[in-house]
Design a protein around this ligand. Structure first.
Ligand code: FAD
Length: 400
């Protein structure tokens, strides 16, 4: 593991930090992004922020230059993502397009599709959502039942998706649908780019435990999808999907910086609330600090491997399980330190952080579910790393 940045990497970090100090819509190192009551206002703010970042070519630095990137490598991507998080910048609103759809189109899209879609992703001109999960196909994604049936000039889409983040703001969706029901399930799936404003697309927001509505149900009723929106060959959507999902796990500079910041704030909160004098809380505070440091080292180790051109391998699953469980433990410790203030929400008196800790605790409960649940990651580790026997019921085996 080589931890020393090269001259170019350090220069990139310095250049971006200087850019952020000049362009960030709040004071670097002190301010925080504005809070919005209405998600639509927040998305408008975030689109504008992404547009400005992209104009400086600070979004998708690992993308080819012709689509707005810098043609840079994983280390540069890591540095830029770290600096954004360090500046307390919110997650990029176009992250599904940037991190999942773009790399998928680069790997499987036609030249026309790349020309049509890629250039509009980085500046946030067009937002994408990921139309994979269905009510009965989450972990076992290959069981999906949304159908695409051939019609003149393309397909008709019918079915339902669920948990689709930001679908209500998306212009396009990367959608998996069954195109051949008569073959083994993984062989009858195709991937499409679906116009989210097309007739027959019905997006219904779902209210979450955090009181936000980022998630949606999406219903398709005879939605027309033109021929040239097929991504990858017909019935090879499973390969396309696996390439998308491979970008969901692994090195995680954003969560790394967020958790470094969280643990620092937790240790400060512990001082304010006398937790360091409590024999039950003191070891938990120390554990939180140690675990975040281990997460940092694991990220650096994976990054070194990827930078050497090696495959990340099943390390992605190890990282997913360990950081999400670390995050939950850290947040549980926060609640223990908050004590009687733990059940309070925004606006309550004597509530350190005015509900942000509580929102964060609720939000990170989902970290062991998104991008493939931890149980499924453990199956992957058991089978592919430890070589344990596969699950007896292969038809019900998880696929993500
Ligand atoms: C914050 C967040 C954002 C998301 N955004 C999107 C999105 O934008 N687009 C999208 O398509 N999806 C999205 N998802 C959905 C996510 O991919 C699914 O929730 C996930 O794949 C799990 O599927 P499920 O919810 O149907 O649970 P299920 O698959 O029904 O699992 C239920 C429980 O059973 C366990 N289980 C299932 N199979 C096995 C097995 N074989 N062995 C052991 N245990 C098993 C699971 O671990 C889980 O605990 C999002 C989820 C979250 C939390």
């Amino acid at each position: 593991m080589n931890l020393a940045p090269t001259g170019d990497e350090q220069r990139l970090r310095d250049e971006f930090r200087a850019w952020l100090r000049e362009h960030l819509p709040w004071e670097y190192g002190r301010g925080l992004p504005p809070r919005f009551d209405d998600l639509a206002d927040e998305v408008a703010f975030l689109r504008d922020w992404q547009r400005r970042l992209a104009a400086g070519r600070w979004v998708g630095v690992a993308w080819p230059e012709e689509y707005g990137g810098r043609g840079a490598g994983p280390v540069e991507h890591f540095v830029v993502t770290e600096e954004l998080a360090r500046a307390r910048a919110p997650e990029l609103v176009g992250r599904i397009g940037i991190n999942l759809v773009g790399p998928t189109l680069l790997a499987h899209g036609t030249p026309e599709q790349r020309a049509r879609w890629l250039g509009r992703i980085l500046p946030g001109e067009e937002l994408w959502c990921q139309l994979f999960s269905e009510p009965s196909a989450g972990s076992d994604l290959a069981s999906l039942t949304t159908r695409a049936t051939p019609t003149e000039g393309g397909w008709r889409l019918n079915g339902q998706k669920v948990w689709t983040s930001y679908a209500q703001f998306a212009d396009w969706g990367l959608c998996l649908a069954r195109t051949d029901p008569d073959v083994p399930k993984q062989r009858g799936i195709s991937a499409f780019g679906v116009d989210m404003r097309a007739a027959g697309v019905d997006v219904r927001p779902l209210r979450q435990i955090t009181d936000e509505t980022e998630f949606n149900e999406v219903f398709f009723t005879d939605t027309f999808v033109p021929e040239d929106a097929l991504i990858g060959p017909l019935n090879e959507g499973w390969r396309v999907a696996n390439s998308t999902l491979s970008h969901e796990r692994g090195i995680n500079p954003r969560q790394l910086v967020i958790h470094l910041q969280l643990v620092e704030e937790l240790l400060r909160l512990g001082l304010e609330r006398g937790a360091w004098d409590d024999d039950r809380l003191r070891p938990r505070l120390a554990q939180a600090a140690v675990e975040v440091r281990l997460f940092q080292l694991a990220n650096w180790r994976s990054l070194s491997r990827v930078a050497r051109g090696e495959e990340p391998g099943p390390e992605g699953s190890t990282m997913k399980v360990s950081w999400s469980e670390m995050s939950k433990r850290l947040h549980d410790t926060v609640m223990a330190v908050l004590g009687s203030a733990a059940p309070l929400w925004h606006g309550a008196a004597d509530n350190p952080g005015d509900g942000t800790w509580q929102r964060s605790w609720l939000y990170y409960q989902a970290s062991s579910i998104w991008a493939g649940t931890n149980e499924v990651q453990r199956n992957i580790l058991g089978e592919r790393v430890l070589g344990l026997p596969r699950e007896p019921r292969r038809d019900a085996a998880p696929t993500r």
